[in-house]
Design a protein around this ligand. Structure first.
Ligand code: PLP
Length: 454
């Protein structure tokens, strides 16, 4: 159909992120007007199940009145303040206290940012600052992984291990190294068991550290279940083996919980589901249930002490964001965590996880599906040209985005990451709604099969 008035206004006025703009002018954007529960509605009145919680973030769905009230109250009391130069405010204090209470490892202090990218940038600066404080200025390189997603600022895009986040910008910057992606289905070799695959990629990490020199490497960053890289769940035992290598060389482990955190995997933190023991943690997204932007960096006592020593010796940590720890975000964070606890949202995720798993296993049988992987209430359906050989589609054929469009037609908003269709529904989804989401996904896959055959 021709573009509606609002679609035309959109393409005339907006530069959309992560969007093939030439196609947008043709097809027009899906302009979302309102949301309720797990549903959103576009300006034509069409209803969709928001199977991605927006961008993996609206964990309590759309239209949660308790959050609206908490936001309104905070806006009336103190709509803005900051934490620079010795100022403070209660919402930030209260949220930091809450985060310390629920953290998976002992945390001493919380630094607030406005986003996940800024949290990971801050992590790198803290690691560098700490190593300056400890008198080892050479120990600055950061190891990330191929297919990792850690954000889009120059440093967090460098940590990201996806080609389209590097192309055109001469990234990654130096001091950033990428090691193997722990995805057995894609990178396991012929005849190699999952345990052998794990041993091989952990050995390759160890070799990388030896080659570069352990005294040049500050940290490794890892997202427990890799979300935007295609929902990749590393093999059992992977993180324990990684941690052993890192500990042997005094390399800290930065845990990116931006997607995994706050119940998504069936525990408070993805690291708890995946057997990972972090040194520091980045959080954002579901921390406020996405009702306002906020990011956080959580650090243990020894890193805090290095920070204190260093600022006494050579100067203040010259870093902070105008909206880092914004009172609106912090008040929403406090309320969201309180709701997660009071309504046992994580218990609900655990209860639904087997239903999600069973439907994903069924989807895995579809002829177009190479692998359907999942953890808690997040999943990825990888579409392949040949199920037996795992041969992917020609990237130019645009199968993933086309399938996502077909799914939208069936009233399911899911995200194509290349040819992987990601699922990350609001954690408050009911069993009936989840069943409906998978029914729509299966209808879409049936249509996609016909489209591919053409
Ligand atoms: N880290 C992870 C694991 C993410 O998935 C994202 C965003 O999707 C980020 C960091 C960046 O967060 P933001 O988009 O808030 O900057």
């Amino acid at each position: 159909p021709p573009l509606s008035n609002i679609q035309t206004r959109d393409v005339e006025a907006l530069l959309h992120p992560y969007t093939p703009l030439h196609k947008l002018r043709e097809n027009g954007p899906t302009v979302i007007e309102r949301g309720k529960g797990v549903y959103v509605y576009d300006t034509r009145g069409k209803e969709y199940i928001e199977g991605m919680s927006g961008l993996w973030c609206a964990g309590l769905g759309f239209g949660e009145e308790e959050l609206v009230e908490a936001a309104t109250e905070q806006m009336r009391t103190l709509p803005y303040y900051h934490l620079f130069g010795g100022k403070g405010m209660e919402p930030a204090i209260e949220l930091a206290e809450k985060l310390k209470e629920i953290a998976p490892v002992p945390i001493s202090k919380v630094f607030f940012t406005s986003s996940g990218s800024e949290a990971n940038d801050t992590q790198v600066k803290l690691a560098w600052y700490m190593n300056n404080a400890l008198g080892r200025p050479k120990k600055k390189k950061i190891i990330s992984r191929q297919k990792a997603y850690h954000g889009v600022t120059i440093m967090s895009a460098s940590l990201t291990g996806l080609p389209y986040n590097h192309m055109g910008w001469d990234l990654p910057v130096d001091r950033v190294l990428h090691t193997d992606c722990p995805h057995y289905y894609r990178f396991g070799q012929d005849g190699e068991s999952e345990a052998e695959f794990t041993a091989r990629i952990v050995k390759s990490l160890s070799d990388l550290i030896e080659r570069e020199g352990p005294d040049t490497i500050a940290a490794m960053i890892a997202e427990p279940v890799m979300g935007a890289g295609g929902v990749i769940v590393p093999p059992a035992g992977y993180y324990a083996a990684v941690k052993e290598v890192l500990d042997a060389h005094d390399i800290i482990l930065i845990d990116d919980e931006v997607i995994n955190g706050f119940g998504r995997t069936g525990e408070w933190w993805g690291c708890q589901s995946l057997g990972m023991t972090p040194t520091t943690i980045s959080a954002a997204k579901q921390m406020t249930a996405a009702y306002a932007p906020l990011g956080a960096v959580m650090v243990p006592e020894d890193i805090y002490q290095a920070y204190v020593d260093h600022s006494a010796k050579i100067g203040t940590f010259g870093h902070g964001f105008t909206y880092g720890g914004h009172p609106l975000g912090c008040a929403l964070g406090v309320k969201a965590i309180e709701i997660y606890q009071r309504r046992d949202i994580i218990g609900h995720v655990r209860k639904l996880a087997p239903v999600f798993a069973a439907r994903m296993d069924r989807v895995a049988q579809h002829p177009l599906v190479g692998e359907a992987r999942y953890c808690g209430l997040m999943g990825g359906v990888e579409l392949v040209a040949d199920k037996a050989t795992k041969r992917p589609f020609d990237p130019k054929s645009g199968v993933g985005p086309q399938v996502a469009r077909i799914l939208e037609g069936h009233g399911a908003i899911l995200r194509a990451i290349g040819d992987t269709i990601a699922l990350c529904p609001p954690m408050v989804i009911t069993e009936a709604e989840l069943t409906e989401l998978f029914d729509r996904l299966e209808k879409g896959l049936a249509d996609a099969e016909a489209w591919v055959a053409k």
